[in-house]
Design a binder for this molecule. Structure first.
Ligand code: GLA
Ligand code: ZN
Length: 665
């Protein structure tokens, strides 16, 4: 069943209103709501005394319309009586400041006392709802994330290191603590890399970031275990923040969940730019789909203007529906809008729901209602269908953490670089899977390793094998530089990838904003192509077995190779040693795609996204017009639109923000 619904906070509204809300939800064909995620104070007003009666009543009212329930565990925001137990419960920020009461996510996830309170409320909820006929699953906490630097975390970190290294000598050697006489003689001497000390040993910092990430994985597991034991029939998920969030290794976080869920806000109050980059949204979806290599849910889909202190531009007519269909196009099997009605109180007064504060159902509600009707027709066909990709991009959280510690150049951003490459595929209508460094590469014809900075030897071996067996690999600058301890490898760069790429990095240059270089392509295939600008990080290459694809045109390395192409075994590897703009990756990627004969489903049209899902042998083509204006696309076969059963062929007009879901006639 395709689940479609909304995040609802009945505790924030008078009870007389609940039946009206439920009726409106049912009229919009909602079949699921998420409840209770921030209602700890209502469910456990004082320690150990529970009140679920109000929640039972809300569920009963919704249940009359057969709306199913996802319960949120309320542990992202504890009531004052919990946090009053000890000042230690509060998280310590990187600058050494302990947060106080008044926001949410104030807790340190490593505090045993906090964990005890968490266990109690989660167990009580699970006991109460284990066999409730309307409850189908759980969302744990809310958007895990911030790092804590408190003394408890420091102690835990030291224990964690004991488990990771053979002994202190091993740690000292791998971390290179001989530098600046940091040699530790007792585990208790090891600090956290908090900003007070600035520029910590990169090895210490990377391990701390990994530890913080694992802390949330464990904190989540604590809750998963309770829920899975008491409610074996229910699913358990968590709402993650997509590609953009960089403090948790989401592949690890996803492992313990039945499926992952995404919160997605294309237009928030934090951006001053009203322009939306559809490929950035798509990357969030692709990332979520990649975490478990399976479909996901959107637990929070934007349903109005975003806003805390500011108010974002409202979604234009059709945009919410477009965004929600984009989520579906990329593998969402459930969609819930955030939130039902805009709150009158609290920090999120201006985060708009489907209904405004005044509760009159308006155009945004109507748009959701239209979708509800559509999903009644097509939900079953879409549900469980898969996105199939022949291209994969390796997302390495270790590399991302490492670049957070040492960006190499103030203008370099791992995330931006990654997005730039993803955008080429997205704009070309080529589906991409986002995969972790250790992953079976055999399903893919093309694998991209963008700035794979921290590179375990095993991963390099797998990439080499992949190429030998016939795969195509594109590696970009600053790959293979670091070992797993964040030390620089004792090899010529790109380290373990030098052989498969048939190239060595002789020297590298980190350029300022005002200094750039240009490339000249060396192969006839590229003749007539514009000379791409490069900059920020430029490596001077020396091919061993590779051919030169492009050379630098300027500076002391004019004429020296910048991009190479190596044929190995049955496959090939391209090494791009210079950071370029979008056009460089566009050129390289279209050249590779043509070589390996990967094509998009339909001809491209600017701002019109084309994505496919497959229900067994049946292709479902999603056409999403992200433009504010009409667009014309060309279909060379005859298709029927599942949304209205109309048949289309040849020139087809798309409405502004229009959506078609096509299947061959
Ligand atoms: C996040 C949270 C929600 C809410 C929205 C809007 O995604 O999960 O609880 O705060 O943002 O700010
Ligand atoms: Zn802590």
């Amino acid at each position: 069943m395709f689940y479609f619904g909304v995040d609802y906070y009945p505790e924030q509204w008078p009870e007389e209103r609940w039946p009206i809300d439920a009726k409106l939800m049912a009229e919009a064909k909602f079949n699921v709501v998420r409840l209770a995620e921030f209602a700890w104070a209502r469910m456990e007003p004082t320690e150990g005394s529970f009140d679920f009666e109000w929640l039972d009543r809300a569920i009963e009212i919704l249940g009359k319309y057969d709306i199913k329930i996802i319960l949120g565990t309320p542990t992202a925001s504890a009531p004052p009586w919990v946090m009053q137990k000890s000042p230690d419960l509060y998280r310590v920020r990187e600058d050494g400041q302990r947060v106080t009461f008044g926001n949410r996510r104030a807790y340190c996830p490593n505090q045993p006392l906090y964990q005890e309170c968490v266990r109690r409320i989660v167990t009580a909820m699970a006991d109460h709802y284990a066999s409730h006929p309307k409850v189908i699953g759980w969302q744990i906490d809310n958007e895990f994330g911030d790092r804590c630097y408190c003394p408890t975390c420091q102690k835990k970190f030291q224990e964690w290191l004991r488990g990771r290294y053979e002994d202190l000598d091993d740690l000292n050697q791998k971390w290179g603590t001989v530098f600046w006489s940091h040699t530790y003689s007792d585990w208790g001497e090891i600090p956290t890399p908090s900003a007070t000390g600035s520029s910590p040993n990169p090895a210490l910092a990377l391990d701390y970031f990994r530890f913080c990430s694992e802390t949330y994985v464990n904190f989540q597991e604590l809750q998963v275990d309770i829920l899975k034991t008491i409610c074996p029939g229910h699913f358990v998920t968590h709402n993650l923040m997509g590609f953009g969030y960089d403090r948790i290794n989401y592949f690890d976080l996803g492992r313990g969940l039945d499926f992952v869920s995404l919160d997605i806000y294309p237009r928030s109050q934090w951006s001053t730019d009203s322009c939306i980059d559809p490929s950035e949204l798509a990357l969030n979806h692709a990332t979520l789909r990649g975490l478990k290599k399976q479909n996901f849910w959107v637990m929070e889909q934007q349903s109005g203007a975003g806003g805390w202190e500011m108010i974002s531009m409202a979604p234009r007519p059709g945009e919410m529906r477009l965004w929600a269909y984009q989520s579906i196009a990329h593998g969402a099997d459930g969609i819930l809008f955030f939130r039902w009605r805009s709150a009158r109180y609290g920090a999120e007064q201006y985060w708009h729901g489907l209904l405004d504060h005044d509760a009159y159902p308006g155009r945004r509600y109507d748009e959701a209602k239209q979708m509800g009707k559509e999903l009644q027709r097509i939900g079953d066909l879409i549900h469980g269908s898969e996105v199939r990709s022949q291209v994969a991009m390796i997302l390495s959280y270790d590399s991302r953490f490492s670049f957070e510690i040492q960006p190499n150049n103030p203008l370099f951003s791992y995330a931006q670089h990654f997005k730039q490459i993803y955008r080429v595929f997205h704009q070309g209508g080529i589906p991409v899977d986002i995969i972790p460094p250790h992953c079976d590469l055999s399903p893919y014809r093309l694998v991209i390793a963008p700035a794979l900075h921290v590179l375990p030897e095993g991963c390099a071996q797998a990439l080499t094998q992949y190429v030998r067996a016939g795969g195509t690999l594109l590696v970009t600058q600053r790959s293979g530089v670091k070992d797993e301890a964040n030390a620089i490898v004792n090899q010529r760069l790109p380290g373990y990838l030098a052989e498969v790429c048939g190239v060595e990095v002789v020297e590298y240059d980190s350029l300022s904003r005002t200094r750039q270089n240009r490339l000249e392509f060396a192969l006839p295939e590229f003749s007539g192509k514009e000379m791409p600008m490069v900059g920020v990080l430029c490596e001077i290459l020396k091919p061993t077995t590779a051919k030169v694809l492009a050379c630098y045109a300027e500076d002391f390395y004019a004429g020296k190779p910048a991009i190479t192409w190596n044929r190995v075994g049955k496959g090939q590897a391209v090494y791009a040693g210079a950071l370029g703009d979008q056009s460089l990756y566009g050129t390289l990627i279209s050249w590779l795609l043509e070589k390996i004969e990967i094509k998009s489903a339909l001809a491209q049209c600017e701002g019109v996204e084309v994505t496919e899902r497959w229900q067994e042998g049946r292709q479902l083509v999603f056409i999403l017009n992200h433009n504010d204006c009409q667009k014309t696309i060309h279909l060379d076969k005859s298709y029927s639109n599942l949304l209205n059963d109309m048949t289309y062929t040849g020139e087809v007009q798309l409405e502004p923000h229009g959506v078609l879901i096509l299947t061959l006639c």
